[in-house]
Design a protein around this ligand. Structure first.
Ligand code: GAL
Length: 697
C-alpha cells in the first residue's frame, strides 16, 4: 500500500490537541504538565493551613484540590451552610499562587441526611442496607438524594463559580460505589422505569430476554427485579444482566451529568467540570460522561502485584497507566488529566511496598508522554487519625518533611518548567509513527456480555483487549482506545477485539473503513450476537462473513493444561483459551491454520484485500499473545509500515510539542537506540529501572 492512503490518515490524525475547552486555559498544552496535590483543610488545624499551602507552593506545585468529602462541614445541618472555612482555605491558596480545584461532596452525605432519610441509602442484594460511616453509600437512583446533592452543588457553584483562584470542579469522587451493586427500592424502581423506556411493552421485553424458556415470563414491569446471583438459582438471565449493566452505567453517568449541568449553569466559562473515574471498573463507561468538559482517572500502580522482573512489584506495569491514557484522551472533551496518583506507599493493597525511587516520576512522564495535561497526587499530608492511616503523602506525619514522593514532585516541577521551554507548537508526529496510528475499538456491552458468559474459564475480556494494546505499543504504534462514537477513518489500523455485539450499521462502518483504505483487524467472538445479546438466526457471526470473506466459523476451547497448535508462517504457536475455526472463501488468504485437533488444517487467521484496504481476522486468543503479535507485524509489513520491537516494559510515546518519551518499567537497565541527531532533554540512553528519557528530533 499505499503511501498515499497512509499519508491521508497521517494528516488527519497526527496532531491530537483538543478544540476550545476550558482545560486549555488552566492547563495549556504548551505548559506540558501541571502538578497538583490533594489537601483536606477540614482535616487539619486551621493554624497549619498557611504553612502547608506555602510548602506546597514552594515545591513547585501548581494547584491544590479541596472539598471532595466535606459535605458534613459545608452543610452541618439541613439547609444551613458554612462556607467560611472554605473561603479562607481558597484565599490562602490564592495568596500562595496555588490554583484550586473544588469538588462536589456527593460521595459523603452528612449523618443527619442519611439518618433522617434512610431511604436514600444503597442496599446489597442480600438485603443489607449500607449505613453511614464511610463513603459512596447513597443511591444515585434516589430522587430525594439527587435533590439534596443538587442543592449543595448549586450553593457551591454560586459561591465559587466566579472566584478566579478556582480553575475547575471535580464531581463526586470515583463514582462507582466501589463495586457494590445497588438493590435499594429506589434502584429497583429506576430499573423498571429504564426497562419500560427501552422496551415499551412487557411483550417486547419478554421476547428480547427469551423468557418463554424456563417460564421466566413476566406479566408486567412491576414484577421485575434487578437480577442477582444471590436471589436466583444459578446465574441470572443474560439479557437482564446486560440491561442491568447498561442501567447502572446510565445511572452513575446520569448522576454525574446532572451535577455537571448545575455547575455549567452557574460557574464561569473559564472553570471546567470533570470527575475522577476508576478505569475499567464497573459500571463505568467513559463516553457516557458526556456533559463533562473532560474526564480524569485515578491510579495506584504499586499495590501488591508482581510487575516485570524482581523489582516489578515496586514499579507497576505499563498498561495500568498507558491503557487509561489511551482511553481517557479519547473520552469527552478529548483531553484528560490524572486526578489521583499514588504518592508513595498506600494502605490498601494486597501488601504495600515502597515504590522504587523514581517510579512516581516515571508514571508522570508516562501520562505526559500520552498527552495528559496534569497530575494531582493523592495526597499532600499523611493522615494521623481516622481512615487511610499508613497512606503516604508528599510530606510525612510531621507535616513538614518531604517524603520521597515529595522530592520527586520538586524535581518534576523543575523538569517540566524546562521542558515547557522546548515546546514546539509546530511539531507534528513523525511520519514513521503517524503511519502506525492504531485504534482499539471498545464497547462496554461486549465486555459485559463476554464476561458474564465467558464460555471458558480462561476468558478475560480486559486481558484480551490489553493484549492487543501491549502488542501495538511494543511495535511503537501510537494507540488510541476509542468508542463507537469516534470516526474510524482517522486511523490506518483499527483493531476490533472480541466485539461480540454488533448491528448492521456498525458492520457497514467497518466495511466502509476497510474499503476506503483502512486496515481492519477483527478478533475472536466478534459479531456473534445482536445488541441485545441474541444469537443470529443464521450461521454463527453471519453479519461479518462478507466483510471477513469467510463462509463459516465455530469456536473451541481447551483445558488450561493442554495446548493446541496453530501454524503461522512456518512457526507453531500454542493456544488453549479461544479458537475460532474459520472457513475462508476463495480469495481470502489463510494466514494461520490449526496444526492439530480434529480440525487440523482449518483456518485460524485470515487476511483479505477489501476495496483500498484490508480485513484481517485473528481467530485465536493465546496466553502469551505471540501469535497475535506476529499476525499484526505481518499486517504492518504488508501495509509498508515499520514497527519497533520493544521488550515488554519499555514504552515509547510521542507527545505534542515534539517530545519523544521513553520509559523503563522493567527491573533491568535498558539501552535505547537513540536516533542520530536526537537532542536529549531528560535522562540518558541507558535507562535504569523506572528511568525516563525525553528527546527531541
Ligand atoms: C482512591 C480514592 C481516594 C483515596 C485513595 C487512597 O481510590 O479515590 O479518595 O481513598 O484511593 O489510596
Amino acid at each position: 500500500m499505499k503511501r498515499k492512503i497512509l499519508a491521508a490518515f497521517a494528516a488527519a490524525g497526527a496532531l491530537c490537541v483538543s478544540a476550545a475547552n476550558p482545560i486549555d486555559k488552566s492547563f495549556p498544552p504548551e505548559r506540558v504538565m501541571s502538578l497538583g496535590s490533594y489537601y483536606y483543610p477540614e482535616q487539619w488545624p486551621m493554624e497549619q493551613w498557611d504553612r502547608d499551602l506555602s510548602l506546597m507552593a514552594d515545591m513547585g506545585i501548581d494547584f491544590t484540590h479541596f472539598g471532595e468529602f466535606a459535605w458534613g462541614v459545608l452543610e452541618p445541618e439541613d439547609g444551613k451552610f458554612d462556607f467560611e472555612w472554605l473561603d479562607k482555605a481558597v484565599d490562602i491558596a490564592a495568596k500562595k499562587g496555588l490554583k484550586v480545584v473544588l469538588c462536589t461532596p456527593s460521595a459523603t452525605p452528612p449523618v443527619w441526611l442519611t439518618k433522617n432519610n434512610p431511604d436514600v441509602l444503597t442496599r446489597r442484594d442480600n438485603g443489607v442496607r449500607i449505613e453511614h460511616g464511610r463513603r459512596q453509600h447513597a443511591s444515585w437512583s434516589s430522587e430525594k438524594y439527587r435533590r439534596y446533592v443538587a442543592r449543595i452543588v448549586e450553593e457551591l457553584a454560586k459561591r465559587y463559580g466566579n472566584n478566579p483562584a478556582v480553575i475547575g470542579w471535580q464531581i463526586d469522587n470515583e463514582p462507582g460505589h466501589y463495586g457494590l451493586v445497588d438493590y435499594s427500592d429506589n434502584a429497583q424502581e429506576s430499573f423498571r422505569r429504564w426497562l419500560k423506556e427501552k422496551y415499551g411493552t412487557i411483550e417486547n421485553l419478554n421476547k428480547t430476554w427469551g423468557t418463554n424458556f424456563w417460564s421466566e415470563k413476566y406479566q408486567n414491569f412491576d414484577q421485575i427485579l434487578l437480577p442477582s446471583a444471590v436471589q436466583t438459582i444459578e446465574k441470572p438471565n443474560p439479557h437482564a444482566m446486560l440491561d442491568m449493566n447498561n442501567f447502572h452505567a446510565d445511572e452513575v453517568s446520569g448522576f454525574v451529568n446532572m451535577q455537571a449541568d448545575i455547575l455549567h449553569k452557574n460557574v464561569s466559562k473559564d472553570q471546567w467540570v470533570t470527575t475522577n473515574l476508576i478505569p475499567m471498573f464497573n459500571p463505568i463507561d467513559v463516553p457516557r460522561f458526556d456533559h463533562l468538559d473532560f474526564t480524569t482517572y485515578t491510579r495506584y500502580p504499586v499495590v501488591g502485584t508482581s510487575g516485570i522482573g524482581g523489582q516489578g512489584f515496586r514499579i507497576g506495569i505499563p498498561e495500568d497507566i498507558g491503557w487509561p491514557n489511551a482511553t481517557f484522551r479519547n473520552g469527552p472533551g478529548k483531553a484528560f488529566g490524572v486526578m489521583e496518583l499514588q504518592p508513595g506507599q498506600v494502605n490498601w493493597g494486597e501488601f504495600n511496598p515502597q515504590p522504587l525511587p523514581g517510579a512516581l516520576r516515571m508514571w508522570i512522564y508516562h501520562i505526559m508522554g500520552d498527552g495528559g495535561r496534569f497530575v494531582c497526587n493523592y495526597r499532600f499530608r499523611q493522615p494521623l487519625t481516622g481512615s487511610e492511616q499508613h497512606h503516604y503523602g508528599m510530606v510525612g506525619p510531621d507535616g513538614v518533611t518531604l517524603e520521597p514522593g515529595g522530592h520527586e514532585f520538586v524535581r518534576l516541577s523543575k523538569e517540566f518548567d524546562e521542558l515547557a521551554r522546548h515546546y514546539d507548537k509546530k511539531a507534528r508526529m513523525p511520519r514513521e509513527l503517524a503511519d502506525r496510528r492504531s485504534a482499539i475499538l471498545m464497547d462496554m456491552n461486549s465486555v459485559w456480555e463476554t464476561e458474564f458468559q465467558p464460555q471458558t474459564n480462561q476468558w478475560n475480556s480486559h486481558g484480551h483487549l490489553k493484549k492487543y494494546y501491549n502488542t501495538l505499543t511494543a511495535m511503537g504504534a501510537p494507540v488510541d482506545v476509542i468508542s463507537e462514537r469516534e470516526d474510524f477513518g482517522q486511523y490506518p489500523f483499527l483493531i476490533v477485539p472480541a466485539h461480540q455485539l454488533v448491528d448492521s450499521a456498525l458492520v457497514a462502518r467497518w466495511d466502509k473503513y476497510a474499503r476506503d483504505g483502512g486496515n481492519l483487524v477483527i478478533t475472536v467472538r466478534t459479531g456473534l450476537k445482536d445488541r441485545n445479546g441474541k444469537l443470529w438466526e443464521a450461521p454463527f457471526a453471519a453479519p461479518i462473513h462478507d466483510l471477513a470473506g469467510i463462509d463459516s466459523v465455530y469456536f473451541d476451547h481447551m483445558p488450561g493444561h493442554i495446548y493446541g497448535k496453530v501454524s503461522f508462517d512456518g512457526k507453531d504457536y500454542d493456544w488453549n483459551n479461544w479458537a475460532d475455526v474459520i472457513s475462508p472463501r476463495k480469495g481470502t488468504e489463510s494466514w494461520g491454520v490449526y496444526a492439530d485437533q480434529f480440525y487440523a488444517g482449518k483456518t485460524a487467521v485470515t487476511h483479505r484485500r477489501h476495496g483500498k484496504g484490508t480485513v484481517t481476522y485473528i481467530g485465536v486468543d493465546t496466553d502469551n499473545g505471540a501469535l497475535e503479535a506476529d499476525a499484526l507485524r505481518k499486517l504492518f509489513a504488508e501495509a509498508g509500515v515499520t514497527a519497533d520491537r520493544l521488550p515488554y516494559g519499555i514504552v515509547r510515546t510521542w507527545r505534542d510539542g515534539g517530545f519523544n518519551v521513553v520509559l523503563n518499567y522493567t527491573s533491568d537497565p535498558y539501552d535505547y537506540a537513540l536516533p542520530a541527531g536526537a537532542k536529549v532533554l531528560v535522562g540518558e540512553a541507558t535507562l535504569p529501572p523506572a528511568g525516563v528519557l525525553v528527546y527531541k528530533l
